[in-house]
Design a protein around this ligand. Structure first.
Ligand code: TRP
Length: 335
């Protein structure tokens, strides 16, 4: 039986933090045998908000390395760089002709990003057509591989729905061709900010709110040690968000025996938060160490990485070229 195809992408907008890893990337790694997986680093999407051209190439390469360091395996999955597969942009044009101005105007992420640009003001207050058509490029990312499933978070549901509408509209107009991609939901842990555990962990909150996946050990320990908890409630009472978050970290790292024991102590009212923090920090340090080592190793041989990046993108390109060829035939373009 042939495996169903899964596709997902990440923007190269800086380092992955443990919230991104446990909430998304770990799942990409875990499903590599179960599905025919295609993953991408989407550098073209990163151009839709103000950015520094001097850093983009480096950020893209580093993101490619970081995904490999956490376990994306190029012998089992395809990992491409979006700008190395120009068929995505060609298909975007064709798709933009079956997408309405109205549906793009209703995209909540577009509206949120426009607000963000308005707030930053000054010369950054420029809303590009690229930001507006961002979801069409995303639909092309998905459909050019005829993906059946897309692992996405809540924030991307609307974009995925648009991708389905584009597929349906294309099929109606040009004959059945694209499958309708469905979301792939998995039960993933949601990590909260360490400094304000009522908010989702995010880089935009600031340094002390998140832990980068490749953070040095002493810094990991320091951030966990100073994580917000509470003054200690009644035995067996409801856990405060900060305490829940530390338990979530321990469980996400797979340290189940410790997680069970600490839960028992919590129920009895004997849990010391210093112990909880030490175990959370140890679990994280142990889990992340191999990633950091692999990253350092790959960073020491960039020419090898470059070769791999081009080879893996070439695999994607061959597939994408075939689909684009079919699309051109159907849409009446000269070949
Ligand atoms: N928009 C996604 C995000 O910001 C990134 C993305 C681009 C993506 N193309 C995609 C995700 C295709 C899934 C499938 O997270």
């Amino acid at each position: 039986m042939t495996k169903k195809r899964v596709l997902s992408c990440i923007q190269p907008t800086g380092e992955i933090h443990i919230g991104n890893y446990f909430g998304a990337v770990k799942n990409w790694v875990d499903i590599q045998d179960q599905y025919d997986c295609v993953y991408g680093v989407v550098d073209l999407h990163a151009m839709t908000m103000p950015y520094d051209a001097r850093n983009l190439q480096e950020n893209t390469t580093q993101m490619f390395i970081d995904l490999l360091a956490c376990g994306i395996d190029p012998s089992r999955s395809v990992l491409f760089v979006q700008s190395l597969v120009p068929q995505h942009t060609e298909l975007t044009w064709i798709f933009s002709c079956v997408t309405s101005y109205g549906e793009l105007s209703r995209m909540t992420q577009f509206k949120d990003k426009v607000d963000q640009l308005d707030e930053s003001g000054g010369k950054k207050n420029f809303v590009s057509a690229g930001l507006f058509t961002y979801p069409v490029l995303q639909a092309a990312d998905i459909l050019i591989y005829k993906a059946s499933f897309v692992p996405v978070g809540k924030d991307q549901e609307q974009h995925l729905e648009l991708s389905r509408n584009i597929a349906v509209r294309f099929n109606n107009q040009f004959g059945d061709y694209f499958p309708e991609p469905a979301p792939l939901y998995t039960d993933v842990p949601k990590l909260m900010s360490l400094a304000d555990p009522t908010k989702k962990m995010s880089k935009s909150l600031g340094e002390k709110h998140y832990i980068s996946l490749f953070e040095p050990e002493d810094s990991i320990r320091k951030k966990v040690k100073t994580a917000v908890t509470d003054v200690g409630g009644q035995p067996g009472g409801e856990m405060s968000p900060g305490v829940v978050n530390l338990f979530t970290i321990i469980r996400a790292c797979g340290n189940i025996p410790a997680w069970e024991e600490l839960n028992r102590q919590y129920a009895k009212g004997t849990l010391r938060y210093s112990d909880l923090k030490n175990i959370a920090a140890d679990s994280l340090v142990d889990t992340l160490r191999p990633f950091r080592e692999k990253r350092t190793e790959m960073n020491s041989d960039r020419s090898k990485v470059n070769r791999l990046m081009h080879e893996s993108s070439a695999v994607a390109r061959r597939y994408a070229a075939k689909v684009l060829d079919d699309v051109k035939e159907r849409t009446g373009l000269v070949k």
